[in-house]
Design a protein around this ligand. Structure first.
Ligand code: AMP
Ligand code: ZN
Ligand code: FE
Ligand code: FE
Length: 289
């Protein structure tokens, strides 16, 4: 009998830029009384096996295999969640690898800019942060790792200052990285049996609901299947707008915290509350597979 009423379909672990081992993340999801949790690390599947195994100890918690892929901006930040993916599908592995290689190109350039500003920071210190949960070819080194490295050196007070002063788009040490276009990311997710969801549409740079609708239409034309209506960044009125658009465009609805642990200390697993009823039991069962 299924009693639990809420899910969290967007979380990050040490396998990318979160701070918890995948097994701990699953344990916290169970402690938060969730019916299901998805691990959606950036550009890698390396945490999924550990998380899936850990989830076997919790009969009331279902596990969803996921990934988060960045795509070329249509407007602002375009991130896609692949939920219920087969992480052995070659097309998906190829896109994830492309994104990891693009990080390897970008990160030293960010560090060079920081050094040019007189900050005493090196890639070795960034790797020391990232390698806590990662190794080798699968490494996903992100700006949050650079932010934590800056904190450890006492060069900023916290992650948020690191982003504000240096790492955020438009800030002094920002460097773009290569990304696939949305159509390629979406088709790779779908070819892997996954469902392609637009993550945190609040991060699209849109002034009004007509602009949100325009981005959504473009992504639907690329094969998008659903929208992350609930997210820790969303205001209640944004969530209502995305739910309304999902209904009008016949899209699936998901939601999640985008939990990262230490890099985003204000975000908790299972918050905001995402009702099983909003996602739909049938869709959830398909994701669990
Ligand atoms: P990257 O994937 O390396 O480009 O870094 C992007 C990640 O940094 C996002 O997925 C967020 O987790 C995080 N991030 C972006 N902006 C901020 C911010 N202002 N404060 C803290 N974390 C942020
Ligand atoms: Zn992240
Ligand atoms: Fe994201
Ligand atoms: Fe995320």
């Amino acid at each position: 009998m299924r009693m639990r009423k809420f899910v969290d379909l967007h979380t990050h672990s040490l396998a990318s830029d979160g701070s918890l081992p995948p097994a701990d993340l699953v344990r916290y999801a169970d402690a938060a009384d969730l019916a299901a949790v998805a691990l959606t690390d950036h550009d890698t599947f390396s945490g999924l096996a550990e998380a899936r195994k850990a989830a076997r100890d919790f009969p009331d918690l279902d596990f969803v295999s996921g990934v988060e892929l960045s795509a070329q901006p249509i407007s602002g930040t375009v991130h896609l969640l692949g939920l219920g993916v087969d992480e052995t599908a070659p097309s998906l592995l190829k896109v994830a690898k492309f994104l990891r290689r693009a990080r390897e190109q970008r990160n030293p350039r960010i560090v060079e800019k920081l050094q040019a500003m007189g900050l005493d920071i090196g890639m070795d210190e960034v790797f020391a942060v990232a390698s806590q949960g990662q190794a080798g070819e699968e490494m996903v080194v992100g700006r949050p790792h650079i932010a934590v490295a800056l904190c450890r050196k006492g060069l900023v007070a916290d992650v948020s200052e690191a982003f504000g002063k240096y790492l955020a788009k438009g800030a002094a040490a920002y460097v773009e990285r290569e990304r696939p276009d949305a159509a390629s990311a979406i088709s790779a997710i779908r070819a892997a049996g996954g469902t392609a969801i637009a993550a945190h549409p609040s991060q699209w740079r849109c002034e009004n609901s007509a602009q949100v609708e325009r981005v959504l239409r473009a992504l639907i034309a690329d094969g998008l299947q659903g929208v992350e209506a609930y997210h820790s960044d969303h205001t209640p009125s944004q969530t209502r707008l995305y739910l309304d658009l999902a209904r009008r465009f016949d899209l699936l609805v998901t939601g999640g915290s985008d939990f990262h642990g230490d890099p985003k200390p204000q975000v908790r697993i299972g918050r905001p509350r995402v009702p099983v009823a909003a996602v739909g039991r049938e869709f959830l069962d398909k994701l669990i597979g």
